[in-house]
Design a protein around this ligand. Sequence first.
Ligand code: OFO
Length: 172
Amino acid sequence: MLSEKMEAALNKQLNNELYSAYLYLSMSAYSTSIGLKGFAQWFLVQYQEETVHAMKFYKYILDQGSQVKLMAIAQPMTEFKSPLDMFEKTLQHEKFITQCINDLVDFALAEKDQATEIFLQWFVTEQIEEEGNDHEIIGKLKLVGDQGPALLMLDRELATRVFKPPAATAKD
Ligand code: OFO
């Protein structure tokens, strides 16, 4: 059982993860509209991963006998200056999410809520990967610039990203 405050904090993070999914779906649509199908695929996979993150919070809250309280999802941005701008905004958003996760860990420790602290460890590790991916692509975009054949090569590389659904456990 979660404390009331922890239930509220985890529901807030569930909403943050759904917003992340929405943001990356918007970036995927924008990428398609400017002819970058590989970027669109990369962000579509990112959207799918964020829905997995959201569902981890959803399941954990319910497993703890607490209540899932879905909230309105904010409207994401729909226009971007360039592919580099999109990835800089992605990194900025992921830094915000990392801070939210770190704050949740601090809160779980303060509440002596060991189960939630252990649950959150997966997200602590995941955020390192999330930010790492963005740094790598931003680095490449700075090298190739925002147009020309090199950008199309990067588009082809990003097109290879595939969504790997999380493995089901015996309990699921
Ligand atoms: Fe859920 O990691 Fe991105 O936002």
